[in-house]
Design a binder for this molecule. Structure first.
Ligand SMILES: NC(=O)c1ccc[n+]([C@@H]2O[C@H](COP(=O)([O-])OP(=O)(O)OC[C@H]3O[C@@H](n4cnc5c(N)ncnc54)[C@H](OP(=O)(O)O)[C@@H]3O)[C@@H](O)[C@H]2O)c1
Length: 325
């Protein structure tokens, strides 16, 4: 089968389209003929050699796909060969065929074509599981940075559906408009004094921050959190190392949590996928959550797709098209 392989750690140019052996499904696994693969920021880290796959996972990049069931491993039922599906992966998505534990395979969300559906499950599973970790409730104030990005554009809409007041940031005027169209109550440029703008927008502070920035914004987040606020760290775009005076947590009863979806065991990922199908798919079906903008590149242009994501120019998701239909 054809797959895109990172020949060595490095820039987008290390991505090469190659012929590799197709995987076969083992016990409890489903093989999928891939139509599209979502491109995620974590893929850039893996390509650079900073985010190795968990033990046992394919070393081919790619955390989510859409496609059709190709073959069932032993002890898998409920699927028919040829059925359309989407899947959350620990790796292997940039390829014509992938195998995945059956609990991480879902029917596609309603209201999306199958190619666009390739870019939904990773952000949905990340946001749903981490807002559960942060215990976001109706009536609370929620902050997510990068509201026009993959995680941010979904998080704005899901948090609104939960009944939260949503504050987000973005880096350009166009992206701020896009965030407001998605439903953000306040969209603020992170190039300005965004902490002051967040403070002005909230009376009692922010209840939950979904934090893709890490070290760079830790001080600001601790200042902005309301009493009993929750900081949920999912990414380190602003670095990994900061100094924290623990008394600041005591003063307001602040909680800090962090989680990596990819590192979770298959049993947890299956439970998260079931929650996504039960809670998020109906919201996509009735239009409460709108599919975010996406741009499609052929698999052979994976390097261009990575360069685009790295440039920060994109809005929404980037998808690699692997088969023609
Ligand atoms: N822990 C997990 O399980 C998990 C799972 C998935 C993703 N993640 C992490 O989540 C983060 C976002 O992933 P993604 O796929 O959504 O990437 P993405 O689409 O590239 O979005 C990244 C966003 O970061 C924003 N940003 C850049 N610099 C910023 C700054 N100085 N202040 C505020 N925002 C800034 C960008 O805003 P502009 O475009 O407006 O400049 C962009 O919207 C990444 O760190 C990724 O590793 C974690």
């Amino acid at each position: 089968m054809k797959a895109v392989v990172a020949s060595r750690p490095g820039g987008p140019d290390v991505l090469e389209l190659r012929e590799v052996e197709a995987p076969s499904p083992g016990l409890g696994e489903v093989a999928i003929d891939v139509l599209g693969a979502g491109v995620n920021r974590a893929d850039l880290l893996q390509r650079r050699g900073h985010y190795p796959p968990p033990p046992g996972a394919s070393d081919i990049i790619g955390l989510e796909v859409s496609g059709r069931v190709a073959e069932l491993g032993a002890a898998v039922d409920g699927w028919t060969v040829g059925e359309p599906c989407v899947a959350l992966l620990a790796g292997g998505g940039y390829a014509e065929r992938v195998v995945v534990p059956a609990g991480q395979v879902l029917s596609p969300p309603p209201g999306l074509d199958l190619l666009a559906a390739a870019g939904v499950i990773e952000v949905a599973a990340t946001v749903v599981s981490n807002l559960q970790l942060g215990r976001l409730r109706s009536g609370e104030v929620f902050l997510v940075h990068g509201g026009a990005g993959g995680i941010g554009s979904f998080a704005i809409q899901y948090a609104k559906a939960l009944g939260a007041t949503v504050i987000t940031t973005a880096g350009s005027a166009d992206k701020l408009i896009y965030c407001r169209l998605l439903g953000a109550d306040h969209a603020i440029s992170y190039r300005d004094d965004w902490p002051a703008a967040v403070r002005a927008a909230t009376e009692g502070g922010v209840d939950v921050v979904l934090d893709n920035m890490g070290a760079k914004y830790l001080d600001h987040h601790l200042d902005l959190l309301a009493p009993n606020g929750r900081l949920v760290i999912i990414g380190f775009q602003g670095g990994t190392t900061a100094t924290l005076d623990l008394r600041r947590l005591l003063a307001k009863g602040t909680s800090i949590a962090a989680a990596s979806l990819r590192a979770r065991p298959a049993s947890e990922k299956s439970a998260i996928c079931a929650q996504v199908a039960a809670e998020v798919w109906p919201l996509l079906g009735d239009g409460t959550i709108r599919p975010t903008e996406h741009r499609v590149y052929p698999l052979a242009e994976a390097a261009e797709a990575h360069a685009r994501l790295e440039s920060g120019d994109h809005t929404g998701k980037i998808i690699l098209q692997i088969a023609s239909s």
